[in-house]
Ligand binder design. Structure first.
Ligand code: PPS
Ligand code: ADP
Length: 512
């Protein structure tokens, strides 16, 4: 592994170009700064990258994913000695002393390697829980109450809390910590929403509520980002845990390889209704056993507005989860119609909005095509880039509406799947639901309707780039609902959408 030198002056940094890295790179930077990737002290060198790509590991070291920084050449000129790395708001987080630069496969881009240092005050949410590896080890050392074991080392039991802890996980942790006489460290990954989509602050609050039930645990927020590769993720988790002083890792991950803490696979527990204890599932008479709820069962209870049962979830955790995932009736919702011009998106969307307004339970924001193009996307055309930008803007506004519990109804053509996926992701990140309705009326019918005469003009060659004629429409494969307005009345189409919303508990309507 290459070790890097840091030899930059304040003037070097003051005149260095700035660049906002991708979220994974920014998370890696923060991990490097926290000493969480020790012994790695900077973005990987070219030789290290080659080793990882070929063998999945660094020379004389264990399994590693690539820890790289890719920059556009225009952002950082070849003669630059350093680059200041900023968070998405532009606040500096760290600086890189460029040791090496080599061209990437992506045209116009290069990789940079070298040592990193903290710089500026950006990128520090979860401040109180963001301990560096050294601070965590110091804290654990100071908090040692148990005598060191025979080998002279004290034990630290680590657990990655990327989901809220319920009673079974708490029981497993307590049991294992007692057996080992170990202190407990809860590592909460906060670089991105959890695997079930739980927003990071909500996750941390859930973990803190659960932590009250453990004996003096150390809760650490770490900016660890998942990769595509589960194997590399597992290895990285073990390595980071080790850097934070963990000697034993309670983990369900199948693939934690190589060196690092001892990985303990927890026993399956069941709740014994006779005495209210969680114990080894094999030791509970099946007649009196309740198994832990699955993530899907928990999600269903929350969607329906049920309180999570006390035998399974401490009330403090249940309260936090109910706030983070309110019942669908109160949760923000983006209802996104897509389809060809004239397919009926606008007519059906307005029909649905009208019923919801009459009902009066929810606040409705209509992002109508014409209004959006006038107010939000004025000046944009119908080339791919402009259409994508239009959908991105709609997705952003819709997600903000939904973040605060509102219902946003949008009805653009949105011909490109990737742009629709961006809108979906923005809604999810805002803690809202996203329902894609494909208004799949056949082109011939849309063309016959031709309310604005655009199809006729397109056929006559008077306008270009008309969706469905000489511009693409990528039919969704991920629509929650598909309707065809060539069959049936407007009312039928509106009812189809309303039925879907009622059946999924997003709304309730009085019986007709
Ligand atoms: N070239 C071309 N292709 C498609 N549509 C065109 C075009 N030029 C203008 N129009 C009119 O603009 C409306 C579509 O705008 P959108 O904002 O929904 O389009 S997109 O989602 O950004 O692709 C669309 O309105 P709707 O009929 O309500 O869909 C058209 O009337
Ligand atoms: N079942 C139906 N659902 C929706 N629209 C219908 C239906 N039957 C006929 N139409 C007509 O089709 C046209 C659809 O236009 P519009 O809603 O503006 O489409 P879009 O927003 O997709 O461009 C309207 O004139 C509407 O009255």
């Amino acid at each position: 592994m290459d070790r890097f030198e840091w030899a930059l002056t304040d003037e070097d940094l003051a005149s260095a170009p700035a660049h906002t890295p991708e979220p994974v790179e920014l998370a890696d930077l923060q991990m490097l700064l926290a000493g969480a990737y020790a012994p790695l002290d900077g973005f990987m060198s070219r030789a290290d990258c080659a080793a990882v790509e070929q063998h999945g590991r660094l020379p004389n070291d264990g399994v590693w994913p690539l820890i790289t920084l890719l920059i556009p050449d225009v952002a950082v000129r070849p003669e630059a000695k350093a680059v200041v790395l900023t968070d998405p708001e532009g606040a500096p987080v760290g600086a890189l002393h460029i040791a090496e630069r080599w061209p990437a496969r992506k045209p116009g881009h290069s990789y940079l390697s070298g040592a990193v240092r903290a710089y500026g005050d950006g990128g520090l949410p979860f401040h109180r829980y963001r301990l560096s590896a050294a601070e965590a080890r110091h804290h654990l050392h100071a908090g040692q109450t148990e005598a060191p074991d025979r080998a002279g080392a004290s034990r630290v039991l680590g657990f990655y809390a990327d989901r809220p802890l319920h009673r079974p996980q708490l029981a497993q942790l307590l049991h294992t910590a007692r057996q080992l006489s170990a202190q407990i460290v809860l590592l909460v990954p906060v670089a991105e929403p959890g695997p079930d989509g739980l927003e990071q602050h909500a996750l941390l609050r859930c973990v803190l509520a659960a932590a009250e039930r453990l004996p003096d645990p150390l809760v650490v927020a770490i900016p660890l980002h998942r990769r595509e590769d589960q194997f590399a993720d597992g290895a990285l988790r073990a390595r980071v845990a080790e850097a934070y002083g963990v000697t034993h890792l309670l983990s369900t991950a199948e693939t934690i390889a190589g060196r690092g803490p001892r990985v303990l696979v927890p026993r399956a527990l069941a709740y014994d209704t006779r005495d209210g204890q969680w114990r080894d599932a094999n030791d509970v008479n099946p007649r009196f056993a309740r198994l832990p709820l699955t993530p899907d069962e928990i999600a269903q209870l929350l969607d329906d507005g049920e309180t999570l049962p006390e035998w399974h979830t401490p009330p403090g955790v249940a309260r936090e989860l109910a706030k983070a995932r309110p019942p669908r009736r109160q949760r923000g919702l983006v209802l996104f119609f897509t389809g060809l011009s004239g397919s009926g998106k606008s007519t059906v969307a307005h029909g649905v909005a009208e019923v919801l307004r009459e009902e009066g339970e929810r606040s409705i924001t209509m992002l109508d095509g014409d209004v959006v193009r006038r107010e939000l996307s004025k000046g944009l055309g119908f080339g791919k880039e402009d259409r994508d930008l239009n959908i991105r803007r709609i997705g952003f506004v819709a997600a903000e509406v939904a973040r605060h519990g509102g219902v946003a109804i949008a009805c653009p053509i949105a011909p490109y799947a990737a742009a629709r996926a961006v809108a979906r992701a923005m809604a999810r990140t805002a803690g809202a639901d996203f329902i894609l309705v494909h208004v799949a009326t056949p082109l011939e019918v849309c063309e016959k309707r031709d309310r604005k005469g655009l199809y006729a003009k397109a056929r006559a060659g008077l306008i270009r780039g008309m969706t469905g004629i000489d511009d693409p429409y990528e039919a969704p494969t991920d629509a929650e609902l598909t309707i065809d307005t060539s069959q049936g009345s407007v009312e039928d189409a509106v009812d189809e959408v309303l039925d879907y919303l009622v059946n999924g508990s997003w709304i309730s309507l009085p019986e007709a």
